[in-house]
Design a protein around this ligand. Structure first.
Ligand code: ADQ
Length: 465
């Protein structure tokens, strides 16, 4: 049986501790690796003076991980540079924040080549290789250039931008053409897939065949939509754990009868946090009868703090929450509780369960797992309401949420009012449809969907050519 080689920017080390705070993606990939055998390769998160290619292997829970350190310059140009200052904003439609620097691109190409050099000796001819995310788009082409003929797939966790935006990237053709080194390329939604296909036909003169087959020049690949899910069963269980119950009770006690609205996001401009605060402010202004009866808990742990735009968003939110609280708070009530830290998964599940509304309003998001976690954590007899941005990938599956345009403070305000007034029967009716999807299309389903697509690719390079 062929082994699975997973390559991503960062690697989650396997852990035998059941309370370890592992994300759903790590859990799914580790489970797939355990079943098929193989290796998870990526950056250790550490920097070193000179790149050596020395691999640190770790074993645990039946899985092997392999990590390498990168140079400080790689960290600046590849990770903080091309990945997070160029591709991340551009792919989230933020051309105003996108930085175009030749050094960033050079660092990106260099690190992808280093990854290829380091991983190539670990891969056996029958292995299937699954590469993750925007950090590693050219890795497939680099591996092919080193003679690897394995079946290879690539999954993009973030949106694919519209053609006109993508063409503003210098050398955009080279980047997209490099995707044709893979055999299967996956996107979170049909929307992102369609944007990719329209670029390929419009810019690269590609042609579309049956079953997602796409041809450019002499290369044919399969492009699919494969929406990522969460570890639903275990999240539902987490929401009923003792820790979750305590967190839930703590929230209720501190709420003293007020309705809780919760937001949980990495502190990132794509998550639409200032717009969310402004939408909530509009709600407070237009619904004075609700004053003192509701509050917003926004949990937002900082991320990517070496990038200026991330420091700026933090300053914006500090001042916005201060202004709104200054204007509306009373001696026994603050309308926004704004917390900059992370919580363990069980506790988070309890907080979700205590909330009457889950407010998930990114301006653009590949999928958004918080929306799915909020649904999984609800009490089936008295579920809360999910308010979800139309521009999150999750909106393609979670159509029974209250869908909003996150740019419109008025729509956000109306949605909050609707959700607070929503009768229990309607909340239950909507939630049952939402949980049905979150259970069916969970993270293992996603993982199998992608691996099945890769397994369906003819094994020999000649047959694929
Ligand atoms: P992210 O942009 O990181 O992921 P998201 O999908 O929402 O966004 O996942 C965030 C995860 O972090 C969730 O599991 C959430 O519980 C956790 N988290 C957030 N705040 C936390 C806190 N304060 N404490 C503890 N945990 C917290 C990228 C893409 C998404 C895509 C995922 C997976 O941007 O669109 O859904 O990858 O493909």
């Amino acid at each position: 049986m062929s082994r699975l080689i997973v390559v991503s920017n960062r690697v989650q080390p396997p852990s035998n501790d059941p309370n370890a705070n592992q994300g759903g993606l790590a859990v799914a990939l580790l489970a797939a690796l355990k079943e098929k055998g193989g290796i998870w390769f990526g950056w250790s998160g550490e920097t070193t003076e000179k790149f050596t290619g020395h691999i640190n292997f770790q074993q645990g829970g039946g899985v092997t991980t392999a990590t390498v350190d990168l140079e400080e310059q790689d960290f600046d140009e590849y990770y903080n540079g091309f990945a997070n200052r160029t591709l991340w904003p551009l792919f989230h439609y933020r051309i105003d924040l996108t930085e175009f620097e030749r050094d960033f691109k050079a660092g990106y190409v260099r690190v992808n080549a280093r990854f290829a050099d380091t991983v190539a000796p670990l891969v056996e001819p029958d292995d299937i290789v699954w590469v993750h995310d925007y950090h590693l788009i050219p890795l497939g082409a680099e591996m092919r250039a080193r003679g690897m003929t394995n079946r290879m797939g690539f999954f993009l966790h973030i949106p694919w931008p519209p053609m006109r935006l993508l063409t503003s990237l210098p050398n955009h053709r080279e980047l997209v053409e490099s995707l044709f080194a893979y055999d299967v390329v996956g996107f979170q939604t049909h929307d992102w897939l369609d944007s990719f296909l329209s670029y390929v036909t419009g810019e690269l003169g590609g042609t579309l065949g049956d079953n997602g087959m796409v041809t450019v020049g002499d290369r044919t690949i399969r492009a699919i939509a494969a929406p990522i899910g969460i570890e639903t069963a275990s999240f539902e269980k987490a929401a009923q754990s003792t820790t979750a119950r305590h967190a839930c009770e703590r929230m209720w006690m501190s709420a003293t009868g007020r309705s809780l609205i919760v937001g949980v996001d990495r502190l990132d401009y794509s998550k639409g946090l200032p717009e969310r605060f402004l939408g909530y402010e509009r709600f407070l202004a237009s619904h004075p009868e609700r004053s003192g009866l509701v509050y917003l808990l926004q949990i937002a742990p900082p991320s990517r703090e070496k990038v200026d735009t991330y420091r700026e968003i933090r300053a914006t939110l500090d001042s916005l929450s201060g202004r709104i609280n200054g204007e509306y708070a009373d001696m026994d009530w603050v309308p926004i509780r704004y917390v900059n830290k992370g919580y363990p998964r069980d506790m988070l599940a309890g907080i979700y369960r205590a909330a009457r509304i889950g407010l998930v309003t990114p301006l653009r998001d590949g999928m958004n797992l918080v929306a799915k976690e909020y649904v999984a954590a609800q009490d089936p007899n008295d579920p809360g309401v999910l308010i979800l941005s139309k521009f999150a990938g999750a909106a393609e599956q979670l159509t029974d949420a209250v869908l909003v345009n996150p740019y419109s403070a008025e729509e956000m305000s109306d949605a909050i009012a609707t959700a607070l007034a929503m009768p229990r029967e309607e909340r239950i009716r909507r939630w049952e449809k939402l949980i049905d999807n979150v259970r069916r299309e969970d993270v293992m389903w996603w993982c199998e969907l992608f691996i099945d697509a890769l397994n369906a690719v003819p094994q020999s390079a000649e047959a694929r050519a």
